[in-house]
Design a protein around this ligand. Sequence first.
Ligand code: HEC
Length: 106
Amino acid sequence: MKRIFMLAVTFGIAPAAAQTPPDGQFSPAQIGKGAETFAVYCSPCHGERMSSPEFFNLKTFPPDQHSRFVNSVTNGKNAMPPWRGQLKPEDIEALWSYVVAGEKQR
Ligand code: HEC
């Protein structure tokens, strides 16, 4: 199953369901892309490697709330600006993989 998922990601044909696989099924490439995007757009507030204690601690973001993540990041939330102008949906999916699995797998 894991292999099939990786293949699907490799060829860019991941079905919608594959965007929220159970923990541990994100490809290292996707997590890496998320980490890069995070360093550029998110770390100024959320801290390098999600370390900032000041704002919402992303390490505690519930891993079963994918649509809340996409919605908050796309449209913003209170003091956080919306990112829909800067980030494509696939960038936000990569961020999601990083937030859910990234710092746990390193
Ligand atoms: C300008 C500072 C700032 C930047 C840059 C920023 N955030 Fe935030 N973020 C915040 C603040 C402040 C909150 C808390 C919002 C609240 O709940 O009032 C937050 C909350 C969140 C939440 C929780 C939302 C929820 O549903 O409770 C997520 C997820 C998040 N940020 C992801 C990101 C991602 C991903 C990026 C990079 C694309 C990013 N943030 C960049 C300031 C920022």
